[in-house]
Design a protein around this ligand. Structure first.
Ligand code: HEC
Ligand code: HEC
Length: 160
């Protein structure tokens, strides 16, 4: 047998071994059929449904009581609506038009706390530090929505 022929035969042999392995592999056509599901359990083939749009509970600032905090260091929840405000951008922050040090009194709004007036290196600042610029990273408006997952959280007793 010449060399080329031997090489060709070897290739065919190797190919049939691979084919045989495929046919008997678990999960292949002969194996049990496992439906593909997402981590949350829904069938991966079903279409994603848009989440229900919910209204914010709060109304315009000035009309509601502050929401009691439930643990020390909690960023207070936003009791008023925020959906009428402009989005916070690099240049704009409508929240500060009421909550900044120089505006809070005349807008009758709670002033940002001193912790917001400290730079990353610990210096005192006259205005909110840039790390606090995206207020809604920490402070969230309220929606009347069922909890996403069941939980047994009980807050600390609010201070009287
Ligand atoms: C027009 C003025 C105004 C604007 C703009 C505004 N707020 Fe307020 N905010 C208030 C007032 C007044 C309150 C006091 C509660 C009330 O009356 O609704 C308040 C309450 C809060 C509180 C609760 C503070 C506490 O101690 O419980 C947070 C947090 C807050 N606002 C965050 C924000 C954020 C974040 C934005 C921007 C998305 C924003 N606010 C925009 C006026 C404003
Ligand atoms: C990194 C998280 C974080 C960001 C960002 C942030 N805050 Fe806060 N904020 C807190 C925490 C935590 C508290 C409560 C503890 C404290 O006073 O430091 C608080 C307290 C407040 C209070 C209540 C002050 C008081 O004296 O009771 C107001 C009002 C407030 N923040 C407004 C804002 C506004 C407006 C912005 C955006 C310019 C903002 N915060 C950004 C975490 C944050």
């Amino acid at each position: 047998m010449n060399r080329t022929l031997m090489a060709a035969m070897a290739a065919v042999l190797a190919g049939s071994v691979v084919l045989a392995a495929c046919a008997t592999a678990p999960g292949g056509p002969a194996g049990p059929v496992t439906p593909v599901a997402s981590l949350r359990g829904s069938d991966a083939a079903t279409q994603d449904l848009a989440p229900t749009v919910r209204e914010q509970v709060g109304r315009k600032p000035g009309l509601q009581d502050r929401i009691a905090r439930t643990f020390v260091g909690q960023p207070p929840l936003i009791p008023h609506a925020t959906d009428n405000f402009d989005e916070v951008t690099l240049a704009d922050n409508q929240c500060l038009e009421c909550h900044a040090v120089q505006n809070a009194v005349k807008k009758s709004a709670p002033r940002i706390s001193d912790s917001h007036l400290v730079s990353a290196t610990g210096q005192k600042l006259a205005e909110a530090d840039s790390r606090r610029h995206a207020c809604q990273l920490c402070h969230v408006p309220q929606f009347d929505a069922p909890p996403l997952v069941e939980n047994a959280f009980v807050g600390a007793t609010p201070k009287k």
